[in-house]
Design a protein around this ligand. Structure first.
Ligand code: 5GP
Ligand code: SF4
Ligand code: MG
Length: 456
């Protein structure tokens, strides 16, 4: 998921949030929502689909609106329900509170069970609602205290944007799994999952929210609270491999530079030779350019992507997914015919896309296809906010690299090693990252409770 928030007495906060969500669209295409307040009332517009579909006709509006939060959702199949869209709005003793969440609470089911036994009725199946209920039930006085009180009860990965009638609040979990940053323009404050959305609305990047930090923005400016003790950091490496946009900078590390480096290391590790380097657009392109740079082999466009369809994973059935791949990508015969091709992609999840692309290239006359993947094999599910239902079908959970090569029909296949991957984030301490979906080394102190309907 992607979250965004803005506090401004100058700008059209609903419009700015719309633009911000547009820039975060890659983080979720299933639903979108914007909540606004003018200090007295709160209103939300939510719907299924892309940002420009949900807000095709109108944005929420109040004459004196000055705070807004927004959300784009990416979730497990089966929970694509209007009821599960965000931001959520609830009443609490001090007024109204609205909340948008990116991540996955690993103890949400246990808390939900306890609250239900105590009489709480839930309207959605998302873990975010568990959290808003904790806030509403907290006996602490100030809203900041209620939130901190509730944060103490939850575990897992979460970045939150929260809005009350007079405050904009941002929260990042103690391990810092998911990204969240702060921007400013004039007296306007912005918080966003990724810095690319700050660029779009014209805000200057101020800093990242720290793991375990809560920031509160109101007319007095920004205040910071450290709500949890410093823990071992576990930034998600998959944000750099696939999820985030290459023009974003997360925790000081450019996503583009990390991906480019992944391609360079891939070239060194694989030693693959060929006539041309191509990518599976768009997610494989930055690494492919890094591969070409390191190997001296020319990068060319060999596959063309239809820009008018979303990510193929959204398709619920296998048959629909197959058609979607053909609809999405096509080979350029004049480029690939008779060539030995190095094809770079960011990851293999089910192996479906890769298998179809290999076949497509062969049909277009490719002589050899050497596939390079800029991540290690994904052998284990993620419990921290990247789609777990996809992970159940992980090809690398049951097949060896050689078996995967055979399955997708490539002449050779190389996955970036974890050691190689660690060289690609030089601005970060590579030991402060999560690699659990590659090595099953799940960050400590987190119960791996599987919640079917968590928010990504
Ligand atoms: P596969 O060949 O395994 O069927 O698909 C691999 C493709 O899926 C890669 O190009 C990669 O960019 C994309 N991918 C990897 N992880 C995810 C994910 O969590 N969600 C979506 N929508 N796509 C993913
Ligand atoms: Fe990221 Fe993988 Fe860790 Fe999940 S398990 S947080 S996808 S690195
Ligand atoms: Mg891709």
């Amino acid at each position: 998921c992607g979250v965004f928030g803005i506090y401004s007495r100058e700008e059209d906060v609903a419009m700015m949030t719309y633009l911000g969500l547009y820039a975060l669209q890659h983080r979720g295409q299933e639903s979108a929502g914007i909540a606004i307040t003018d200090g007295a009332w709160m209103d939300v517009t939510r719907g299924m689909g892309l940002v420009n579909e949900v807000f095709r006709h109108q944005l929420p509006h109040m004459d004196n609106q000055y705070i807004a939060i927004g959300h784009v959702r990416y979730s497990t199949t089966g929970s694509s329900l209007l009821a599960n869209t965000q931001p959520l709005i609830v009443n609490y003793s001090g007024g109204k509170i609205s909340l948008a969440h990116n991540g996955n609470l690993t103890n949400a089911t246990a808390i939900r069970k306890r609250l239900e036994e105590e009489g709480t009725i839930f309207q959605t199946s998302i873990d975010t609602e568990v959290f808003v209920n904790l806030i509403a039930r907290s006996r602490k006085a100030a809203v900041e205290e209620k939130i901190i009180d509730s944060l103490g009860q939850i575990e897992g990965a979460y970045c939150l944007t929260i809005m009350t009638e007079d405050k904009l609040i941002g929260v990042r979990d103690p391990q810092g799994f998911r990204p969240l940053c702060i921007g400013k323009m004039g007296d306007t404050w912005v918080i966003s999952s990724e810095s690319c959305a700050l660029d779009v609305v014209g805000a200057e990047f101020v800093r990242d929210v720290e793991p375990g930090e809560m920031i509160v923005i109101d007319d007095n400016g920004l205040r910071s609270y450290q709500f949890a003790e410093k823990q071992k950091r576990a930034s998600c490496i998959f944000e750099y491999i696939y999820f985030a946009r290459p023009d974003s900078v997360i925790d000081g590390q450019s996503v583009h530079d990390a991906r480019f480096m992944m391609g360079r290391v891939l070239a060194r590790e694989s030693g693959f030779k060929g006539d041309i380097v191509i990518s599976v657009p768009d997610s494989g392109t930055t690494a492919a350019t890094g591969f070409a740079y390191e190997s001296g082999i020319q990068f060319t466009e060999g596959l063309i992507k239809n820009r008018y369809i979303g990510r193929t994973f959204i398709q619920p059935t296998q048959q629909k997914r197959d058609t979607a791949v053909r609809l999405k990508l096509n080979a350029i015969r004049s480029v690939v015919e008779g060539k030995s091709i190095i094809m770079v992609d960011d990851s293999i999840v089910r192996g479906t896309t890769s298998g179809k692309i290999v076949k497509m290239l062969r049909n277009a006359g490719a002589k050899e296809i050497h596939m390079c993947i800029s991540s290690p094999p994904i052998g284990y599910p993620c419990y921290y906010g990247i789609d777990t239902s996809i992970r159940k079908e992980l090809i690398a959970a049951t097949k060896s690299v050689e078996e995967i090569r055979e399955f997708i029909g490539a002449d050779s296949l190389h996955f970036l090693s974890i050691e190689g991957l660690k060289q690609c984030v030089p601005k970060l301490n590579c030991d402060d990252m999560c690699y659990a979906c590659f090595n099953s080394s799940y960050p400590v102190d987190l119960k791996q409770e599987h919640t079917a309907d968590s928010d990504k």
